[in-house]
Design a protein around this ligand. Structure first.
Ligand code: RTP
Ligand code: MG
Length: 148
């Protein structure tokens, strides 16, 4: 089954949104396969956001994402990579539709509450960066028979 990497950013953790956000993905019918509260090191942040290293906001982005705990998660489901991106909403909260996470909880682009992998390649890369294979669990959830 497809997997993606999602992360409640430091602003979402501070604003008590871990429960709200995980609840949305659970209710959708995706399966949580791994999760941890962690502080991202500078080198991990620079690697994770490497595609943006030449952008003017890069240093601000690294500073923000390392500024406090994040809640890193592995979610599993059919088309979960694209589906989770839809549930997150547009990068800029001002463009994000109501009903999406960024649309409902974000105000500025710099503090937009959640990260999600944007393609199969980035999901694979980011999952390997953040999780060991033992931290990604393979287990049965019988209620998923009512999703699929
Ligand atoms: P993310 O990687 O965090 O899930 O966000 P995304 O795919 O929706 O957006 P991306 O283009 O990958 O940008 C990564 C993060 O950089 C910050 N950003 N700031 N100041 C700016 O114009 C600007 N543009 C992007 C955002 O926090 C964005 O989530
Ligand atoms: Mg991105």
């Amino acid at each position: 089954m497809e997997k993606t990497f999602l992360m409640v950013k430091p602003d979402g953790v501070q604003r008590n949104l871990i429960g709200e956000i995980t609840s949305r993905f659970e209710k959708k019918g995706y399966k949580l396969a791994g999760a941890k509260l962690m502080v991202i090191s500078n080198s991990l942040a620079e690697e994770h956001y490497g595609e943006h290293k030449d952008k003017p906001f890069f240093s601000e982005l690294v500073e923000f994402i390392t500024s406090g705990p994040v809640f890193a998660m592995v979610w599993e489901g059919e088309n979960v990579i694209a589906g989770a991106r839809q549930m997150m909403g547009a990068t800029k909260p001002s463009d994000a539709a109501p009903g999406t996470i960024r649309g409902d909880f974000g105000v500025t682009v710099g503090k937009n509450v959640i990260h999600g992998s944007d393609s199969a390649d980035s999901a694979k890369r980011e999952l390997e960066l953040f999780f060991n294979s033992e931290e990604i669990l393979n287990y049965q959830k019988d209620n998923l028979n009512w999703v699929y």
